[in-house]
Design a protein around this ligand. Sequence first.
Ligand code: GCV
Length: 865
Amino acid sequence: MLLLLCLLSPLVANVRAETGHEAWRRYFRLAPKIGQKYANVPIDIVSVGDTVILAASRKELIVGLAGLLGSAPRKSANPIDRSIVLGKAADLQSKFPKLSVGAISDEGYRLKWQRIGEKACLVIAGGGDRGVLYGVFALLSKIARGEDISALNEVQNPAAEIRWVDQWDNLDGSIERGYAGSSIYFYGGRVRDDLTRASEYARLLASIGINGCNINNVNANPRVLQSDFLPQIARIADEFRHWGVHLSLSVDLSSPTTIGGLDTFDPVDPRVAAWWNSKADEIYTLIPDFGGFTVKADSEGRVGPSSYGRTPADAANVLARALAPHGGVVFYRAFVYDHHLDWRDPKSDRARAAYDIFHPLDGKFDDNVIIQIKHGPIDFQAREPVSPLFSGMEKTSEAIELQITQEYTGQQRHLVYLAPMWKEVLDFDMNGAEQKPRIAAKAPRAPGEEEKQEDSSWFVRTLLAGRIFHRPTGGYVAVVNAGMDENWLAHPFAMANLYAYGRLAWDSNLGARQIAEEWTRLTFGNDSVVVRTATEIAMNSWRTYEKYTGFLGTQTLTDITGSHYGPNIESSEENGWGQWHRADHEGIGMDRSVKTGTGFAGQYQPAVANMYESAATTPDELLLFFHHVPYTHVLHSGKTVSQYVYDSHYEGANEVKGFVREWKGLKERIDHERYDDVLARLEYQAGHAIVWRDAVCSYFLRLSGIADAKGRAGNFPNRIEAEGMTLTDYDVVEVAPRENASDGKAIRCLVPAGCSATFRFGARETGQAQAGLPHSKRYEIDVQYFDQNNGVSRFRVFVNGRKVDEWAADDHLPAKKIGGDTSTRRRIHGVALRPDDEIRVEGIPDEGEVAGLDYLEILAETTDR
Ligand code: GCV
């Protein structure tokens, strides 16, 4: 028994109940084997300096070490025996003249063992207050991950000055594209009374080096700037300040008229400039460390400078001049486009907009304006090329805008780790193969940092750091949309994206795998099986999602005019939003070449433009973004486009099944709460991946008329369509679009007492029996039903009158109707069946939800489904 306990001990150490609220700063007591590595970590803290950030740093260090190592450190005025000594480099050096920490940038830090007098101390020196805080978090992270710190001597300076997040929170408490509950800041038109979550969020952000947060939706409510509202905003800034997080606000450019009483918001009108100046003064009186303004204008119905024939530079500069005396910045979003484009015009192209508008303005923006550029030219798609604007402005500061909230990537119901995609963007060389001589010879460097010989590549990450064109600032912004959900982002793995974003904004040279491993250790503990499995699932997840939802650069195939979630392939077409894939009977793709298409490819630097100009040199994964090709076009991989569509969707759906299997291997190695939560989400995802697979395959099978060489698409031997069963009170409905239900039909129940669908089980339903394989007596029954969000239907399944399962359709999927957003799979395991058994499904509707049913699939039970 004792032996058994010993063998299990590394496992049970990890399995304390958890909600995910602590994210990657759990500070759980280290397992003894790891903990003993830190036996000589000092338990005495000497802190030099006294600011709110230093106080927070000291407190974090005490809480973290007490949790990880089991004993609370003491505070001392001077080093005794061994101490951790922390403070700003300049302050430490004046207090301990013999201490040498070298040069550190303002937000950088050094972690180093050093003798102070006779005492061997562990020094945490920051360039400024934030540097100290980041150093503390870094040390705690190393210990939590079991990293050797016995010879620690490390300096870290952030890659870029701007490391911000945006929240799209509305004052009524809702969050645009938020998938994890309501706003942590606002409720019912005002700032929440209890801002505990706001403070905890700032701490979370600081722990990964993020130094700014824009708290309200870019579709901004002008009310946020009203004089009676600003003191409420100041309360949030008070919470952020301890964690070194600047607060900024999205502003509506029409504010001078809507709340200012002026008859114009023309940015070149002196009265408008005076209004913004006095508004900025008012804000800084309340919030001295206010970060600045974010602007969405002339975009998706927002007003902007075009109302007066002015440019984004005119608009940005009037704000920038109001903020400049206080040190604030303007984030002007390059997401400016016409959403009433003429879809019949083969030359019209939304992808061109940002470059067409902003490139000619290069040099016209004030130095404290940062152009915030979405990573691709469209809108956070699972695959799109890098925005050409990154290399289109040499005299303007830039920030990349990434999206952590998974608007087009499964909305935190699908596990999609985005760091591999972001790495491809950041590592993309905008200069292509061409070697340009005009590269900066001397880039601004952190003090003490060695001058690196940059080659002539224009990596996006280097452009963002301002190094190539000597820009004073620049960096990273990401839309997070954390909410009131206990674990911040709903899906436990969605937190890996927030973690990865912070780590990359700090050090863009880190690898996606290394970050995933770090996150896994900090989130789930150091069990090597957990680390390996979770990292592997994460690393594969983005490409897997791409395989079953969108192919070869089509852009999104989600419901573009609705939820942006489930499949709706035709919704991209015949409207002005410009996310067209141009699929017809013969072929698919947007021709964006210069020679025959929209000319978008020509917005890149010559080497990259040449690559995208021809289908022969465009990488497969972006082929359809740049070219219209027949379904018979042969890819570099050797497959035709049509066969690729079938293969990739079957592969993708199978890979998610694999994730479920791998995750199940972690049972007992992770606390039950998070294990079960992730498992349930993965099982849902595996079902929804099949919905996607079947929708896309059947759509293109019908459109192209080209069969799947492997015979899978449109062929479901084990499927029993609901509309083919014997129905009592259920009625048959045509589903639109038809590919969102098997065979285009489903059944719905409008009778409050309930309806039923019955059939007799026969050999036809068992692939194994048909193939003459040994007949299994136990089966898995997959029930494909529809879980709308306007009611909670109930389902019951009976075999020969005996109930084998029941459940409530109570998920919060983003639709009120039967379709691709709501199609959901329930798996019933281990059902004993004999030929001719009666299987009956009962559905009881609730309010608007109609207990919709699509089909059943029955297969012999195996361990590998
Ligand atoms: C905040 C996309 C989203 C919108 C979002 C917009 C933006 O269009 O669907 O919800 O609006 O991007 O980034 O401004």
